[in-house]
Design a protein around this ligand. Sequence first.
Ligand code: SAM
Length: 252
Amino acid sequence: MEDVRANMLNQLRDRNVVESIPSSSDESSPLSSAAPDRPSYNSAAYWDERYKSGKDTDDNFEWIVTYKDLKLVVDEFLEGAAKVLHPGCGGSTLGLEVRRTFGSRLKIVNVDVSDSCIARMRELYPEGRWEVVDSCSPPEGEHRGGYDRVLDKCLLDAFCCGGTEREKRDLVGSYLDHCWGCLGVGGRMMVISFGQPETRERYFEGKTYGKREGGWSWERVGGTRTMEVKGEGGKNAMCYVYELRKLEEGKE
Ligand SMILES: C[S@@+](CC[C@H](N)C(=O)[O-])C[C@H]1O[C@@H](n2cnc3c(N)ncnc32)[C@H](O)[C@@H]1O
């Protein structure tokens, strides 16, 4: 059960994303609050610096799992969708591969908070749509209500990798607000994660985040799905898939 988490933490450590990660849980811990200078995982400056330094720029760089590992669940999730948001895309080609599978009937918009990451992906893959967006701010323009699916791979996880429990809740809350605002009613969000249910499900409860903007809410779709995947170095590891549905429009 710890394999994928350990795997991601190793990836984070190898790439200096995490200077201080609690060793037994990624939740509130004395260690997490004991690192006041830890990076801010939603900060454009932090990620931009990483991408500029060339750490996360290997071709087809994927965090933890690939489309091949996920194809069955992802394809099923996207079936019938017209427009998909892929937040925190980084150097992942998940969006491109999905587009190859579904063809022109599916539009996929890959976004990231880092300018340099997006500039590089535009250059490498001009056939894709790449945009600089902060997924923790309220959605703007055509992003507002413009999607029927949100596909997250390891972005929510990044927000859970540092800080106090309160900070993580605020960050994840802003992120879920953003995704909620990007979806039309009935739209769905999939979170592909290394986080075990006891460290993630609390974030998906309507009661926790359901009243932030006056009446909006999510519901869980199905239970948590657990998949065994090949992690880094070909080792077997566990991956968790969470799904949410947008229930109603918020009040302005
Ligand atoms: C752990 S990496 C995951 C990358 C990719 N999804 C993958 O699975 O390979 C997290 C990515 O989220 C981006 N990110 C961090 N904060 C963000 C935010 N507030 N809005 C949009 N993207 C963000 C980072 O720049 C980074 O590329």
